[in-house]
Design a protein around this ligand. Structure first.
Ligand SMILES: Cc1cc2nc3c(=O)[nH]c(=O)nc-3n(C[C@H](O)[C@H](O)[C@H](O)COP(=O)(O)OP(=O)(O)OC[C@H]3O[C@@H](n4cnc5c(N)ncnc54)[C@H](O)[C@@H]3O)c2cc1C
Length: 284
């Protein structure tokens, strides 16, 4: 079973995922850094309800933070709330999050909060605001497929550091946008809001029109904006962009690759794009 898992992982997920362990992801981060791109490292896993597994996840992140620090790698980490307790209870989640951000801060490692399903958005935002009482070395992701996001931005402190994405989780029409056009319109609106109101943010998309839009706004607003990509989708474009702009690349690792890969395949949209993305030389 392990053997089959390994082959499938290499065949399907290899483009998007660095490997199964910390050494794999650090090698990838070093390769990325050579192109003037910083890394955002995520240990795969979500919706965890087993406390032992959560403790193991926290240890992996601690180990990762230590090694980023020791090896002087240019990398942030990105955590999913549901991998550190959001599916158990908010007190447990908060304890784990605060522990990790304080630990990371002591080693000068920046911590992102991934944004997941709509039912954990409230607790994720609350967590982030709580974290800001202890450190500014943290950021949060906001999704344009949710109708609430403009209001969420409006209620975040102005010194928040935001990663703006279109959103990878299914939403129903009551709370979200399902058409590409509406998600894109809202993405533009949120980008504009960030330029007008916030100081530092990351435009995380493979949509070149959105990147161009942000670049054009920055001529006027001159904010601390950077651009971020997922590993394996537009590596060549990212490398090119890194010649003139601040760029980072999100790199997951670990053996829980199925859900993450499923989302990437769904986004590729049709089989030809999936095949193209799998065949293209995505070596960084
Ligand atoms: C750095 C980073 C961090 C992210 N963090 C989160 C998060 O915390 N929470 C969350 O919900 N989402 C997150 N996402 C995912 C995001 O929400 C989108 O699901 C994903 O980026 C696809 O949307 P897009 O912005 O690239 O635009 P799209 O309009 O979907 O795609 C733009 C173009 O990119 C190409 N493309 C997109 N995906 C693929 C693919 N898999 N294979 C081949 N081509 C593709 C398409 O050809 C399309 O033309 C993150 C994305 C990035 C880049």
């Amino acid at each position: 079973m392990n053997f089959i898992n390994n082959i499938l992982e290499k065949l399907i997920a290899g483009r998007w995922i660095a490997g199964s362990n910390i050494d794999d992801v650090l090698e990838e981060a070093k390769a990325i850094n050579k192109h003037n791109i910083s890394a955002i490292l995520n240990y795969l896993g979500e919706d965890i309800t087993d406390e032992n597994k959560i403790a193991e996840t926290i240890n992996v992140y601690k180990d990762l933070i230590d090694k980023i620090y020791e090896k002087r790698i240019n990398a942030d980490i990105s955590i999913k709330p549901t991998q550190i307790g959001a599916r158990i209870n908010n007190t447990f989640l908060e304890k784990n999050y605060l522990y990790l951000i304080k630990y990371a801060n002591s080693k000068n490692v920046f911590v992102w909060l991934d944004m997941e399903d709509h039912d954990v958005v409230d607790s994720t935002i609350k967590l982030y605001k709580k974290g800001l009482k202890y450190t500014n070395n943290i950021g949060i992701c906001i999704q344009s497929n949710l109708k609430r996001s403009i209001n969420d931005l409006n209620h975040l402190p102005r010194n928040s550091i935001i990663r703006i994405v279109k959103g990878a989780y299914a939403v129903d029409d009551k709370i979200g946008y399902n058409s590409k056009a509406k998600v894109n319109n809202n993405y533009k609106l949120l980008i504009k809001y960030l330029f007008e109101n916030m100081g530092r943010f990351v435009v995380a998309t493979h949509d070149i029109k959105m990147i161009e839009y942000a670049k054009s706004l920055n001529k006027k607003y001159k904010k601390n904006v950077s651009y971020a990509f997922l590993k394996g989708i537009m590596n060549e474009y990212a490398k090119e962009l890194a010649n003139s702009k601040k760029v980072s690349m999100y790199v997951p690792f670990g053996d829980q690759w199925i859900q993450y890969s499923y989302r990437r395949m769904r986004e590729a949209g049709h089989i030809s794009l999936i095949l193209k993305s799998l065949m293209r030389n995505q070596k960084i």
